[in-house]
Design a protein around this ligand. Structure first.
Ligand code: CA
Length: 226
């Protein structure tokens, strides 16, 4: 795969670069936030590894600008910070995953590959999923409810796509975590519940009939259309 590495520290960049090349991946290093953004906009990359501490623009802002510009390439954040709120903030502004420095190279590889696999999930081979008045256009990555566009992050999209793929079927938190994040256990606290709550706020609002259903003790499902 083709990797964009936005990292200013030569030692870290070199370590990742060498490791990825040894696995036959292509790597382009952007040593500043501005260069990283320009490179990312070429759309040539399967995944972006983004360091937060950059000399010019903070990684959060790099991430935000890319998402605002409609760049949906999966982003794996590298953070030296270990605080939960920093990770949550990163994910909120559009990063897909994070890794705390110092990290194990194999873990970086596994996380990266999981992100790319999931993004290919959305690869064009057009179809529209429809459950009641909720629609997901997999080409445009656009979700609408009763014709109104609903803006979702990559993770929210992945969850709703999973649920919409089998209306009425119950998905456990573990299954959602595994399919959407590629994790076998919860790295944060109740990350699935947090995302479901966010999806509900976006999808099941404005007096609409709630579609996302909690099945106590089991997980979540989309109500099958009656
Ligand atoms: Ca740095």
């Amino acid at each position: 795969m083709n990797v964009l590495l936005i990292e200013d520290e030569p030692r870290v960049a070199d370590f990742i670069d060498r490791g990825l090349r040894a696995e036959n991946h292509g790597v382009t290093v952007g040593p500043t936030g501005a260069q990283g953004i320009d490179l990312a906009k070429t759309g040539e990359f399967d995944v972006i590894i983004l360091d937060l501490m950059l000399p010019d623009i903070h990684g959060y802002e790099v991430c935000q600008r890319l998402r605002q510009d409609g760049i949906h390439t999966p982003i794996l954040m590298l953070t030296a910070m270990d605080a939960l709120e920093d990770k949550i903030k990163g994910i909120k502004i559009g990063a897909d995953d994070y890794l705390t420095k110092p990290f194990d190279f194999d873990e970086l590889l596994v996380r990266m590959e999981a992100l790319v696999r999931r993004s290919h999930h959305f690869a064009p081979n057009s179809n529209v999923l429809k459950v009641a008045d909720l629609e997901l256009d997999r080409d445009l990555l656009e979700v609408t409810r009763d014709g109104d566009t609903i803006k979702l992050t990559a993770k929210e999209l992945a969850i709703i796509e999973l649920l919409m793929g089998a209306p009425g079927r119950v998905f456990s938190r573990t299954r959602i975590l595994n399919q959407v994040w590629g994790y076998s256990e919860d790295p944060l606290t109740n990350v699935v519940d947090v995302y479901i709550a966010r999806l509900r706020r976006k999808i099941d609002t404005d007096g609409r009939k709630p579609l996302i259903e909690t099945v106590r003790g089991h997980g979540y499902r989309l109500k099958a259309p009656s």
